[in-house]
Ligand binder design. Sequence first.
Ligand code: IPM
Ligand code: MG
Length: 372
Amino acid sequence: MGYRVTLIPGDGIGPEVVEAARRAVDATGIRVDWEVREMGARPFAATGDALPAATLGSIRANRVVLKGPVETPAASGLRSLNLHLRQALDLYANVRPCRTYAGVPSAYEDIDLVVVRENVEGSYTGWEFAMGTVEAKELMRFIEETTGRRVREDSGLSIKAISAFGTERIVRFAFEEARRRGKTLVTAGHKANIMKFSDGLFLEVARWVAADEAARRVAGTHPEIAFEDRIIDALCMQLVQRPERFQVIVLPNMYGDIAAELVAGLIGGTGVAPGGLFGGGDDGRDLAVFEATHGTAPRLAGTNRADPVGLILSGAMLLRHVGEREAGDGLEAAVADVLAEGAHVTEDLRAAGDDRPAAGTFAFADAVIARL
Ligand code: IPM
Ligand code: MG
């Protein structure tokens, strides 16, 4: 019996990059029983449901998912289908590793860091009040009463909420991620100087967790992990100036969204950036959905031109997650070899002036499989 994994092809370039990743994972020799389930615009067009119960049921039963990007159908009434999935399953930790690979055009070398993003609260609560509505006016009245300051009437309001509970679990998750990766530094980003009660709480709890993690550490089992914090704007500057000094960065939801893409830009773009969403169980790793950072790229759909690296590397993360560390490392090494060699890379990875023909999505996957 192999590992049972839910496979979600998704929309746009999703089916192609997911198929390329599935072939690459299979080629490691680890037996996976893929259970294909739909999510996104296709099931919505057929049944009016973008996230069918059969898909949720499969995810809940298998606990491990490889997922392509999905489109949020405008008529679905959902703010975002991705957000809906993450909140429905309480996938509170989003792990986005970013490292430089030889052969991928980038201005940097030696970046090897991980963004650990809180993924269900913060600015993504979805508690929003449109300009001019009774609810917005009511809330404005409350704000005026309690603060003595008026909100401009023609304002829309979005509520950001950061809890001690949500912060403790994401920061502990970040420390555990550091231990697993042999990292020795966790950096927390925030805007505690301005948002004293949301980001301020995040910082306070993060410091407390860091002290507690240090106190609980059993000498000799893992290297000591240092902790520091940075105000988010300064962190962005330092990420651009000296990304190689960072190891694990833990961030509230929205800053994590932005920083993950910033860092992906440093290493060659979202095409090569993998990721995992985690939640459940004592350690937050009972349920895991692996997906790349990129979206559906409808322009490239069906053309065999999309870059499958992000999804193949997400597949490598999946293998490590189920306990197949060697196979996961082997798959990542095969991808790194093909990138370094440069003969079979997709067009997005061709540096200006490199006239070699670009490879298609599946030719890249085949080159990885040949390496394996
Ligand atoms: C991401 C995306 C999502 C986010 C969108 C699609 C909801 O940008 O996965 O980073 O904002 O989290
Ligand atoms: Mg994003």
